[in-house]
Design a protein around this ligand. Structure first.
Ligand SMILES: *Cc1c(COP(=O)(O)O)cnc(C)c1O
Ligand SMILES: [Zn+2]
Length: 396
């Protein structure tokens, strides 16, 4: 199977065998002909519902269960955001994040093409997702992590039994190096914004749009790091526009953590290209990419849809994380809570109106996150014999 690719920026075309990047330096994505696409009738809830817009691959095992995540109203957040709030809860994927959508398509395509090994460059959610999907498909998985990765990260990842290599040196440079080694040694690398990953991950937005059909919501707010998912969301709405299923694209707002916000910095300056930075420590460690490979594409998406890119600090992120649990029942990773923190910031300006629908993408579950700094919980003690009084005193 060879998949046709196109550069969003200069329009050059290629196929997957040629690599993931255009000569102009920008990432390719899969060329999709969506003009004849219509929403499927009935059928199961999974990303394979949108097969007509996906590369022609056969999912086996875990891949069949990716996507089809809950899409819920969160009325108690309306006041925070100044609009009707809806949340797409990606924590319900097999390994707890939207990364499963990209891994499902990437690993299935590799299996179909006869690869024995898949690989990725990640020490967090994407690594676990790739290892899980490879395990289920019966492929070997090579995960390249930085040499100083925390032990508890490795322990979670090792459960899926991939081959892990701790790489010394510039972790940013590893992205390109991994693709080269993969081509030379026949390992299908599915990195943060490679074409098959973006193809799978665009289904987050297809599910959102189908939930809103006939017209998409007014705005979508999501965390961004490499820019792979953000690019995918943009691509999905473009395809729906080509299919006549969206007159207008939603405004796309991308949120970064202030400690590492190269895309938001570029947006602030009015630049069309992202300059790599030295990132700092943040609670939202899953979105701390200091040299995002799809950063320019995210800037283009924000410009084209009338949205924006913004940064929020750790205090705002942790406060949003608390609110998402206490007021929406959603236990999310810190990185995911940036979506609400970002929407709150937008509400301070005039970006969102009361009579509009705003979708927050909660990208991942918080159950994989060790909460080392959690304060002790002060719950009252009561004798069994005094239960009646204790309950009526507190709940009456
Ligand atoms: C990977 C990840 C992101 C960022 O996605 P990119 O495609 O790298 O921009 C956001 N949230 C969570 C939970 C993630 O795992
Ligand atoms: Zn190009």
């Amino acid at each position: 199977m060879d998949v046709p690719l196109i550069c969003y920026d200069c329009g050059a075309t290629a196929t997957l065998a040629a690599g993931a990047r255009c000569d102009c330096g920008e990432p390719y994505w899969v060329a999709t002909d969506s003009e004849c696409f219509a929403w499927p009738e009935g059928g199961k809830r999974s990303l394979w519902r949108y097969r007509d817009l996906l590369p022609d691959v056969d999912p086996t095992g875990l891949a069949a269960g990716a996507g089809g995540t809950p899409f819920v109203r969160a009325p108690r957040l309306d006041g925070d955001v100044g609009a009707r709030v809806h949340v797409k809860f990606e924590g319900s994927n097999p390994t707890g994040t939207f990364k499963d959508r990209g891994s499902a398509v990437g690993v299935a395509a590799a299996a179909d093409a006869g690869y024995g090994t898949v690989g990725t460059v990640s020490h967090g959610n994407m690594a676990r997702s790739m290892a899980a999907h490879a395990a289920s498909a019966g492929l070997d998985c090579l995960v390249l992590v930085p040499a100083d990765v925390p032990a508890e990260r490795l322990a979670l990842l090792a459960r899926y039994d991939p081959t892990i290599l701790r790489v010394e040196g510039d972790y940013g440079g590893l992205y390109d190096e991994s693709l080269r080694v993969g081509r030379e040694q026949r390992i299908a690398f599915v990195n943060s914004d490679t074409p098959l990953r973006v193809a799978g991950q665009k289904t987050t937005a297809l599910e959102i749009a189908e939930g809103f059909a006939p017209e998409p919501p007014d705005a979508v707010v999501l965390p961004v790091s490499s820019g792979g998912h953000g690019s995918a969301v943009w691509k999905a709405f473009r395809e729906l526009r080509d299919a006549g299923l969206a007159t207008e694209l939603p405004r796309l707002y991308f949120v970064q953590t202030a400690a590492c916000a190269p895309i938001a910095d570029a947006w602030e300056r009015g630049d069309r290209t992202v300059t790599p930075i030295e990132g700092g420590e943040t609670v939202a460690y899953s979105i701390a990419n200091a040299d995002p490979p799809s950063g320019n594409r995210v800037l283009a998406a924000a410009r084209a849809t009338g949205g924006g890119v913004l940064a929020v600090d750790d205090e705002a992120i942790l406060d949003a994380r608390r609110t998402l649990s206490a007021d929406a029942g959603l236990f999310v990773e810190s990185a995911s809570a940036t979506a609400l923190a970002g929407a709150r910031r937008l509400a301070e300006g005039d970006a969102l109106e009361g009579d509009s629908d705003v979708v927050l993408i909660a990208t991942g579950t918080g159950f994989t996150e060790r909460d080392v700094d959690a304060p002790a919980v002060d719950a009252a003690r009561v004798e069994l014999g005094a239960l009646d009084d204790a309950v009526s005193e507190r709940m009456g």
